[in-house]
Design a protein around this ligand. Sequence first.
Ligand SMILES: [Zn+2]
Length: 337
Amino acid sequence: MPARTLTMPGNTDQFVLTERPALTLTDRSRPLPDGMDHTNLTLVPANQVGSRHEQEEPPMSTTTAKDAIRVATRAFRNGSVRGVRTYLHINCGCRIASSLMGTYDNIEDARRKGAELVEGGDYYRTCSKSGLVKAQALSRSVRYFDDTMQAAASTFNGAGVRDGDVVVVASEGVVAIVIRAAVIAITAKRGHLIGLDTSARTFRDGLYAEIVDRAEAEARKIRATVDPLHAAPAAEEAPAAPATPADVVRTDGVQVKPGPEWGTLKGFAAPFRLWGEEREGGRFAPAFDRMRVTGEPLVIVEVWTTQRGTARHGRDANGREVHLYGGATRFWRAPGA
Ligand SMILES: [Zn+2]
């Protein structure tokens, strides 16, 4: 019976593949599914299976907005008056325990539930941390203006531009998103608009990520350059060629040296290596093509977060800062210096 022995980097276990044996209860072996043999097999540590699966999804560039609207009640006491109020929590991070009455992915159902719960002429409220309803914002038209002066005033001058809208000023090569009442440029050129000093993708726990996707698409249409701070990590269309993970173990037992892997920085303590390229102005740009690793590794010696933990930053041995985006952002990285 032919047998093959497989090993994995960082693991002393050996895996012996044989032809399908007669299965007994005491065997520590499992049959392969029918139709599968051991001639073409890739061994992957179990803790990486999930991340590999996630790679199948377009990274941070989906425009399907998932709204999470929770309806909850809260007891209140005002002097001798006691009662219960109903709140809609729209895409917020409020902690709600036993008073959760339902979770909805659309505002209509949530409002219906809210109306059901209120009594005696009361009305339901929206919690103070609530964000925009993404599905509503994405269903509104992109707004076009002749210049950035007009665009800057468009949330309060009667033009009706609202939170979550995308604003385009083609004549100046500027695209913006609206956060609350602020018209914020996401392109390298801003004109008279203001910028944001953190990634709009991770701002407010990613509430505006889909809006930024939409704005980036508009920027491509007018050939405007998106500020790298806000750009999707894999903005280019992924080529059809499959990735070649650096640590695929071949079935002939040859162990390939572990190299960069595409993934998030979860569980990665400094120092670690980050692949990318040196850019103008002394900036280091992480490699964002998930299909292939490019550039050279930079050793990151320190990592910290801002925006209540949603935005990451790193520093190399020379004290240079590298923006590491949010927790969901993937990089080509490897542990150790
Ligand atoms: Zn809330």
